[in-house]
Write a protein that binds this ligand. Structure first.
Ligand SMILES: Cc1cc2nc3c(=O)[nH]c(=O)nc-3n(C[C@H](O)[C@H](O)[C@H](O)COP(=O)(O)OP(=O)(O)OC[C@H]3O[C@@H](n4cnc5c(N)ncnc54)[C@H](O)[C@@H]3O)c2cc1C
Length: 429
C-alpha cells in the first residue's frame, strides 16, 4: 500500500484548522489539513437553526477578513459563520482535504514522526496538529432512563421548536437542563414559540450583553479578560450565559420567569418519573447577579480611570424581584403530570482522543500540554479551552494560539535543517 508523506498534518478544518493553515503557510511549512466532513462542519450541523454568533461580527472573526454583507455590530448566523471560514480557507489557499477521517495516529517505529490511518489511506507526517475541537462528544448525564417515554436530546441535536413532540393533550412542555449560552437560548426560543418551558439553572455567569454603549466582547478585551491564562478561582465549572439572539440581549433568568418560564435548581436525579432538583436555585441566580454586577463595576472603574466619554447607564443595575419559582423553589417535578414530553440536555461536551495512540491524557481525558505543545515531541493541540488563555477556544483567540504553534513548528524545522558549515573540521577532531 502506498504511503503519502507530508511535513505537517493538521487534523480538523474548523476555525482552529483554518487558522493553523494560515500561519503554517505564512511560515513556509508544507502541510495538509484533513477534515472528515466539511470546513467548519460543527457550525453547520451541530447547532440549532436560529443560532447566531455570541459575539458581534466586528469581533468574532479572524484579523485577515471581515464578514461580507453583515453589519459589524450585528451577530452572524451560524451558516454565515461557516461560510466565512470556507471563504477564508479559499482566500489563503488552505490545502484542506474534506471527507477524510483520521482514525488513528501513532508514533513511527525507529524514526521520528507519525503514522496516521485515515479513511482514505495511510499518511506519514513529521508533525501533527490536532484541531478536532473543544467540544467533541455531547454529554448527557445518565439521570433519566431511555425508557422514560419522552424525547431526550442533547443541545447539538436540537434544531427548532417544530422538531419536538407537539403541544397537545399529552403535553408538549419542555425541560431544558443547563443554563449556559446554549440552554438559555434554546429555552428562550421555545418559550417564544409558545411552549411551557422549565429550565434547570446551575452555577453560571451572565455578563451584560452591552454596557455604556459597548458590547461585552469589547469590555472583555479592554479589561484584559480574553487574555486571562487561568480561570478565575472558583469559576472553573461556571458556565457563561450570553446571547446574540434577537439582536443581542443580556440573559436574565428573572425576565424569562416573568414571561412564563419556570426556573428550577440543578437536576440531581430522576426516579419513577419524578425529577429532583438541588435547593440551589436562589444561590445560582444570586451568583449570576454578582458576576453581572462585577462586570459593570469593572467597566465603570475603567471609564473613570481612563476619562472615557461613555454614556452612564444606571438602569443596567436594576434587578427584577425574585419570581415565585425562586422564592419558593420546586424541588421535585412529576414529568408526566407537568406535560413534559421533551428534555433537552444543554449539559456540555467531553473530549475524545481514543484515536491518539499515546499516553498523554490526564485523569479528565484532557491532553497534557503547555500552550498546545504536548509531551510527545512533534504533536500539538490547538483550539482547546484555556489552551493558552480564555480566548483559546473562541474564534477571536484561536487565531493567536495557532500563530504560536506555527512558530514553534518553524523553530523546530529550523533546528532540523541545520547542518554544520564545515563538516570536515568537525569530522577531523
Ligand atoms: C453552540 C455553540 C456556539 C458557539 N458560539 C461561538 C461564538 O459565537 N463565538 C465564538 O468565538 N465561539 C463560539 N463557540 C465556541 C467555538 O468557537 C466553537 O466550538 C468552534 O466550533 C470551535 O472550533 P474548532 O475549529 O476548534 O473546532 P470544531 O469546530 O469542533 O472543528 C473541529 C473539526 O474537526 C473535524 N474532525 C474531528 N475529528 C476528526 C478526525 N478524526 N478526522 C478528521 N476530522 C476530524 C470535525 O469534523 C470538525 O469540523 C460556540 C460553541 C458552541 C457549542
Amino acid at each position: 500500500m502506498s504511503v503519502e508523506r507530508v511535513d505537517t498534518l493538521v487534523i480538523g478544518a474548523g476555525q482552529a484548522g483554518v487558522a493553523m493553515s494560515e500561519h503554517l503557510g505564512k511560515s513556509g511549512v508544507p502541510h495538509l489539513v484533513l477534515e472528515r466532513a466539511r470546513i467548519a462542519e460543527r457550525w453547520r450541523s451541530w447547532r440549532w437553526d436560529s443560532l447566531v454568533a455570541n459575539g458581534p461580527a466586528w469581533h468574532d472573526r479572524f484579523p485577515g477578513m471581515t464578514f461580507r454583507g453583515i453589519d459589524p455590530d450585528a451577530f452572524a448566523g451560524k451558516e454565515s459563520v461557516a461560510d466565512y471560514f470556507v471563504d477564508y480557507a479559499e482566500m489563503i489557499g488552505a490545502p484542506i482535504r474534506c471527507g477524510v477521517e483520521v482514525t488513528s495516529v501513532a508514533a513511527l517505529n525507529g524514526r521520528p514522526g507519525f503514522r496516521a490511518e485515515t479513511s482514505s489511506g495511510v499518511i506519514e507526517a513529521e508533525r501533527v496538529v490536532v484541531a478536532t475541537g473543544p467540544f467533541q462528544r455531547p454529554i448527557i448525564p445518565p439521570l433519566v432512563p431511555e425508557t422514560a417515554g419522552l424525547l431526550q436530546i442533547h443541545s447539538t441535536g436540537y434544531r427548532n421548536p417544530d422538531q419536538l413532540p407537539p403541544v397537545d393533550s399529552n403535553g408538549g412542555a419542555v425541560l431544558v437542563v443547563g443554563a449556559g449560552s446554549s440552554g438559555a437560548q434554546i429555552a428562550d426560543e421555545l418559550l417564544r414559540a409558545g411552549r411551557r418551558v422549565f429550565i434547570s439553572v446551575g452555577p453560571h455567569g451572565r455578563p451584560p450583553r452591552a454596557y455604556r454603549g459597548r458590547d461585552y466582547c469589547w469590555w472583555l478585551g479592554v479589561l484584559g479578560k480574553w487574555d486571562l491564562t487561568t480561570p478565575p478561582a472558583g469559576a472553573e465549572h461556571v458556565t457563561i450565559a450570553v446571547s446574540g439572539a434577537y439582536g443581542g440581549n443580556t440573559v436574565d433568568f428573572r425576565r424569562l420567569a416573568a414571561h412564563g418560564m419556570t426556573l428550577v435548581g440543578r437536576a440531581e436525579s430522576c426516579k419513577d418519573g419524578v425529577m429532583r432538583f438541588a435547593p440551589d436555585l436562589a444561590a445560582n441566580i444570586a451568583q449570576g447577579d454578582r458576576d453581572y454586577l462585577a462586570v459593570l463595576d469593572e467597566a465603570d472603574a475603567y471609564v473613570t480611570r481612563n476619562g472615557l466619554d461613555l454614556p452612564p447607564e444606571p438602569e443596567a443595575r436594576e434587578i427584577l424581584a425574585d419570581p415565585p419559582c425562586v422564592t419558593d423553589p420546586i424541588l421535585a417535578l412529576n414529568l408526566k403530570e407537568q406535560g413534559i414530553t421533551t428534555i433537552i440536555w444543554a449539559t456540555g461536551f467531553a473530549l475524545d482522543y481514543s484515536w491518539l495512540k499515546f499516553d498523554l491524557l490526564d485523569g479528565q481525558g484532557k491532553p497534557r500540554h503547555s500552550r498546545g505543545i504536548s509531551e510527545v515531541p512533534g504533536l500539538y493541540f490547538v483550539g482547546l479551552p484555556w489552551l493558552s488563555r480564555r480566548g483559546s477556544s473562541f474564534i477571536y483567540g484561536v487565531w493567536h494560539d495557532a500563530r504560536f504553534i506555527a512558530d514553534q513548528i518553524a523553530i523546530q524545522r529550523g533546528y532540523l535543517a541545520y547542518r554544520p558549515s564545515a563538516p570536515d573540521k568537525a569530522a577531523a577532531k
